[in-house]
Ligand binder design. Structure first.
Ligand SMILES: [Zn+2]
Length: 397
């Protein structure tokens, strides 16, 4: 329960030093809250007066709240009422558009999913596909009508032009699709576009266990593959195709649509693995669920195909790790999280192929099969934590 005055002080204007200070205060509370104002002041090197002003403004926006039940009563001075993230009123919505599956989610300020929904990605014209997806978003919003939804994150593969709100996606056949404008007009929410793997890396930075590592390499594999690097809490995005490793030469004899053999995506994607399983007579249709069932039933060819995929991923992660030498490596995507029996194959392959000494083995994302939905919501939450007044100012002029 908050005990702050609802009216609050005048809200600082978006941008500038005050917004940067707000992001610092909010970040300290997110990482280490509940914290007293004095503890926040020490952590972010801002005066008590500045911290108190920021806490009041952030509380007025519904981002933080006092936690009076955790108040410490010292021998001297006023009691210190700690402040924590208020994850009771605001939510971020997100849509991840994959090659075969589109996932919608609604998350609280800690990246916790409140509800989610999956549909086959519509293969109609982009405008019609986005209209269908917007319909699902509107249905999802009805699951938590008490929440104030501050934006819709759109995360996808391919090339995203964040400035212009455009998406190019070879596998979907999309060219310069004005996805942001279309979804904004269909949902009435401000849309924040991001590449899906940078958004996943950002979710690890913001909501992963413990303090964020100084540098993080995030590797994703499902229908597509991708990699993202975050340094000092910021994912690198580049002009739009950073982390596209579909055609990373990984060895082997798998033909790729680019005309070469041994490309990473053509070796480890769900489409590639299930196609090989069909060709080998293991399953009748290219369906990962069927391949998993064949493996569970003890089919040795199914087991070999899944082990080979894990080993190929391990080789790729080792190569990328050796290029970047990050403090931490995190793996996500159903090619990894839906195949727990093959994680040892992956890690052994990684250890056998990395040439750098030391370092820890890669960790598996804690978001499991929800990684796409959490990443899409993080497209909003990342901006909220970086620029709270700018983001909420559009909703609360
Ligand atoms: Zn290729």
């Amino acid at each position: 329960m908050t005990t702050l005055t609802p009216a609050g002080p005048p809200r600082p204007r978006p941008g500038g030093v005050r917004e940067a200070n707000a992001a610092l205060v909010l970040g300290a509370i997110r990482q280490e809250g509940p914290l007293s104002r004095a503890a926040i002041s020490r952590r972010v090197s801002l005066s008590m007066a500045t911290v108190s002003r920021q806490v009041a403004a952030l509380a007025e926006l519904g981002l933080v709240r006092e936690v009076p039940e955790l108040t410490r009563h010292g021998a001297i001075g006023r009691p210190r009422v700690p402040v924590d993230i208020d994850d009771s009123s605001i939510a971020a919505c997100g849509v991840h558009i994959g090659v075969t599956t589109t996932t919608c989610g609604l998350a609280d300020l800690r990246g916790g999913l409140l509800c989610s929904d999956r549909i086959p990605t519509p293969r109609s014209a982009p405008e019609d596909a986005l209209a269908t997806i917007a319909e699902r978003v509107r249905a999802l919003l009805r699951c938590r009508p008490e929440r104030t939804v501050v934006g819709l994150g759109l995360a996808t593969g391919g090339r995203v032009d964040i400035a212009e709100g455009l998406v190019d996606h070879d596998r979907l056949g999309w060219r310069a699709v004005p996805a942001r404008t279309l979804l904004e007009s269909a949902t009435g929410l401000p849309v924040h576009l991001d590449g899906h793997v940078p958004a996943m890396a950002n979710a690890e930075v913001l909501f992963g266990p413990g303090r964020a590592p100084r540098s993080l390499l995030y590797f994703y594999a499902r229908e597509v593959v991708g990699v993202a690097i975050a340094v000092d809490g910021r994912p690198h995005r580049g002009p739009g195709r950073a982390g596209d490793i579909a055609h990373l030469p990984i060895g082997g004899d798998q033909r790729c649509r680019c005309g070469r053999t041994g490309c990473l995506e053509a070796t480890v994607s769900e489409e590639a693995v299930t196609r090989r399983a069909v060709e080998a007579g293991v399953i009748a249709e290219p369906d990962m669920r069927l391949l998993g069932e064949a493996d569970d039933a003890g089919d040795p060819v199914a087991s070999r195909l899944l082990a080979e995929r894990a080993q190929a991923i391990g080789r790729a992660v080792a190569m990328l790790r050796d290029v970047v030498d990050p403090d931490a490596v995190v793996l996500g995507g159903q090619a990894i999280t839906d195949a727990p029996d093959y994680v040892d194959d992956l890690l052994h392959s990684f250890a056998a192929h990395t040439a750098l000494p030391g370092g820890e083995l890669p960790a598996i994302t804690r978001f499991g099969p929800d990684v796409q939905a959490v990443a899409a919501c993080t497209s909003v939450l990342g901006r909220l934590y970086g620029h709270p007044y700018a983001l909420l100012g559009t909703e609360n002029p």
